[in-house]
Design a binder for this molecule. Structure first.
Ligand code: DAH
Length: 349
């Protein structure tokens, strides 16, 4: 009678074994036969009802069934796992002969690069790189630079006023000259540059933007003369545009310098011969500069009988456009990779 049950379970087991198709079914089968209420488990619990003389044989048969199942289970499990692994390997295999996906990368922003280059050059000459606020007082942006209220020179710098007539967005980095001199308290020699954003009420077009970048420079010491300015400009532009670059001054006018000059450099494209970049001139004007006006020194606490200085200021965007041959200022602020990635190429050409 009990043996009949064993035979039934055995038959069912043999039948089920052939139908297993995956690891899930295999595990279900394990529950069916060896789980808490599994068929083999139940056979086991029936041992107590078997007459003593048959117990041994019954027990052996159930054990045999269990071993058969376990052997089968292990074998199948291994083969299913192997199959899964092989499928995975096949799917994930890399064909190293395929052409690689092209990674489109941008390039460092050229304006930032130019500013860094200029900073390096001046740091190598012992200058400090200083900072100043973009929201500025009229007093520093104009008055203490010798441009009193009502002076026509203010019109040239169409300024954004923020509050009344006193607070504005700086229209130039020159107020940082005043701030640095005030900090020097009329005692400390000064050698600084200040790169920074400046703002004017310009309409945005290919060569103008309401926001642009200037780099200001100021040196105040004993016996500073125009030839120091000339030497400094020479070093700057030879390093920026190449050793064969020459500089020259022509007279100009700024309220905060006297005398004032503009600095020209030989066109880096035609080397002075004349081309479309320099409008056949051979030279391009890049900097405003001069000897610091005695009034400016005095207003900021430096005695002009004792101290002299030179100052300069230039548009970093414009210089970057020259250097990288870019014709639209707006491209400098573009985040379009198609545009910015060409900057890099231009530099390595
Ligand atoms: N701040 C002037 C401008 O924005 C440029 C400039 C000219 C700066 C002469 C100077 C300087 O320091 O000496 O047009």
């Amino acid at each position: 009678m009990e043996n009949k049950k064993i035979i039934e379970v055995k038959e069912e087991l043999e039948q089920s074994l052939n139908d297993i198709k995956n690891i899930q079914e295999l595990n279900d089968l394990k529950v069916k036969f060896l789980g808490k209420k599994g068929l083999i488990t139940e056979l086991n619990s029936e041992i107590k009802n078997i007459p003593n003389e048959e117990k041994k044989e019954f027990g052996m048969k159930v054990n045999e069934l269990r071993n058969t199942f376990n052997n089968f289970y292990e074998e199948k499990r291994k083969s299913f796992e192997e199959k899964i692994l092989n499928e995975k390997l096949e799917k994930e295999s890399i064909d190293i002969t395929l052409p690689a996906t092209k990674v489109v990368s941008g390039a460092p922003n050229i304006l930032e690069k130019l500013v860094e280059e200029v900073e390096e050059i001046f740091i190598s000459m012992g200058y400090d790189v200083v900072d100043g606020p973009e929201i500025e007082l009229d007093k520093y942006n104009f008055e203490m630079l010798n441009i009193p209220k009502g002076h026509p020179a203010r019109d040239a710098q169409d300024t954004f006023y923020i509050e009344g007539e006193e607070i504005l967005l700086r229209s130039q980095t020159s107020p940082v000259q005043v701030r640095t001199m005030l900090e020097g308290k009329g005692e400390k020699p000064i050698r600084m540059i200040c790169p920074g954003k400046t703002y004017r009420r310009d309409d945005d077009d290919a060569t103008h933007s309401h926001q642009f970048m200037q780099i200001e420079g100021l040196v105040v010491d004993k016996n500073i003369s125009m030839s120091d300015l000339k030497g400094t400009m020479d070093v700057l532009f030879k390093k920026l545009f190449g050793e064969d670059t020459e500089t020259r001054f022509h007279p100009s006018y700024y309220q905060f310098t006297e005398p004032s000059v503009e600095v020209d450099i030989t066109c880096h494209k035609c080397h002075g011969k004349g081309c479309n970049i320099c409008k056949n001139n051979g030279w391009i004007t890049v900097v405003g500069a001069g000897i610091v006006h005695p009034n400016v020194l005095r207003m900021s606490g430096y005695d002009p009988k004792e101290w002299t200085g030179f100052a300069f200021g230039f548009g970093a965007d414009r210089l970057a456009m020259e250097k990288y041959d870019i014709h639209d200022l707006r491209a400098i602020y573009s985040t379009d990779l198609r545009e910015t990635s060409t900057f890099d190429r231009k530099e390595s050409e």
